[in-house]
Design a protein around this ligand. Structure first.
Ligand SMILES: [Zn+2]
Length: 451
């Protein structure tokens, strides 16, 4: 547990930190900035919402600055989550843009890309603009809008990708459903490429996975449930990469659950394909046996796989073979998950637990440095999406997270910002917690949002 004195120090700082007119001196924190390859204990001064100076630790004069005692804490740029579901419009009992973006901030994410499988789906320029406006009104994390690849996500005709890009769409995906028709794939990749955007593939051959609730294996057999085979993912990954190679398009494979899928992406990239991939925190941390403990709160698509598969993903992330970690935050109101394993919808929440869960899975015993782990949440997703990555170099806007790597805490219904709590990590002690978030000004500190 964090010593009470440090707890009260941060709280004391919070009372003056909300005065936006004063400079802020973050004193003695470990600054970890992947975009600059920087990792050292420093003092960092912020003036007018901009990083103005980085100096030796505990030496900068405070003058009239509000001082944040960051001794023992990490300071890093605001994180990007390139795959979340905010459920608005259509399922606001599970999440809204406002509640989802607050959950993002509480988890350290200042930018999130929202998938378009809402009701109605985000498949026209007008709907993209409407979503972007909802994000601006929320005024917390930045919302990057992902537009549909096909009209109505029906998989028959490519949507107005160029028009949606002009309206502000950051990427394109039919997430929740794959796009596997070779003609559609080529047309979609060409349109997204012409608009300078990435095509994000949900890799699943639904003819192979249909009816499945969990991974095909000992757990599906024990529970008497239909299982989802590896081939439904690896087959779709192979088809997608083949199409990308044939038409020279750029593709990103999201939420890969199998080491074999990651290897296919890397082999294609080695042969010249423009292909990247992400994995989720839960596929790095949990395996199919979790289904026996958490039931429907461990049901997601793709499913948790075998223990060996999980280890394989961790090895590949540590070896730098995975480009990003994305939460696939998928909130569902409680009554939907109460339908049980066979009947409940796929997906778990993840924005508020992504960092501690990933750090525990990848960084245990110093197996992966904070700099490398944080690159999966910063430079990795930013380069896939083609957006500028927040950095804490002098002259850059102060978009930053103060993080206590040692604080232990337990996600509960009371401390969750999302409207939903469908996660196997509910009630489980996690290590590492976001203490404060700035977006030029302080927006969040010790569990509270600054108005
Ligand atoms: Zn998906």
């Amino acid at each position: 547990m964090l010593p009470t004195s440090a707890e009260s120090r941060a709280r004391t700082a919070g009372t003056t930190l909300t005065d936006a007119s004063r400079p802020v001196l973050v004193r003695g924190g470990r600054l970890v900035d992947p975009s600059a390859g920087f990792d050292a204990v420093v003092d960092l001064l912020v003036e007018d919402g901009t990083v103005s100076r980085i100096s030796k630790p505990f030496e900068a004069p405070a003058r009239d600055a509000s001082v944040v005692d960051a001794d023992g804490l990490w300071l890093f740029p605001g994180l990007t989550d390139m795959h979340v579901h905010l459920r608005e419009p259509g399922a606001t009992a599970s999440e809204t843009v406002e509640s989802g973006l607050r959950a993002a901030i509480a988890g350290g994410f200042t930018r999130v890309a929202a998938m378009p499988n809402t009701d109605p789906p985000v498949d026209t320029p007008a709907r993209v603009a409407e979503m972007a406006e909802r994000g601006r009104l929320a005024g917390t994390a930045d919302l990057l809008v992902v537009g549909c690849v096909t009209r109505g996500r029906k998989g028959d005709a490519v949507a107005d990708i160029g028009g949606m890009a002009l309206a502000g769409a950051a990427a394109f995906s039919d997430d929740g459903s794959p796009v596997l028709d070779p003609g559609l794939l080529a047309e979609a990749m060409a349109a997204a490429g012409a608009a300078g955007r990435v095509f994000i593939q949900h890799a699943e051959i639904t003819d192979l996975s249909r009816g499945g609730a969990v991974n095909l294996g000992p757990v599906s057999r024990e529970l008497g449930l239909a299982g989802i085979p590896d081939s439904s993912e690896t087959g779709a990954v192979a088809l997608t990469l083949e199409a990308a190679m044939a038409c020279g398009g750029r593709v990103h494979l999201t939420h890969l659950s199998l080491p074999g899928s990651v290897d296919l992406v890397r082999e294609a990239a080695d042969r010249g394909a423009c292909a990247t991939c992400d994995v989720t925190p839960h596929h790095l941390a949990l395996d199919e046996s979790e289904v026996l403990r958490s039931g429907a709160c461990a049901k997601m698509n793709p499913p948790l796989r075998s223990a060996r598969d999980r280890e394989g993903l961790v090895e590949r992330a540590r070896a730098g073979r995975i480009d990003a970690v994305a939460s696939d935050h998928a909130p569902h109101e409680a009554r939907l998950k109460e339908a049980g394993l066979a009947g409940a919808p796929f997906g778990i929440t993840g924005l508020e637990t992504a960092l501690p869960v990933t750090f525990d899975a990848l960084g245990r015993m110093g197996a992966m440095s904070p700099l490398k782990m944080l690159s999966l949440f910063t430079t990795g997703p930013a380069s896939i999406l083609g957006v500028t990555c927040p950095s804490l170099a002098p002259g850059r806007p102060f978009e930053a997270v103060l993080f206590d790597p040692c604080e232990e805490w337990t996600p509960s219904r009371d401390n969750t910002r999302s409207r939903s709590t469908n996660t196997p990590f509910l009630g489980r002690t996690l290590r590492g917690r976001v203490r404060a978030v700035w977006k030029r000004r302080l927006v969040y500190i010790d569990g509270d949002f600054v108005p």
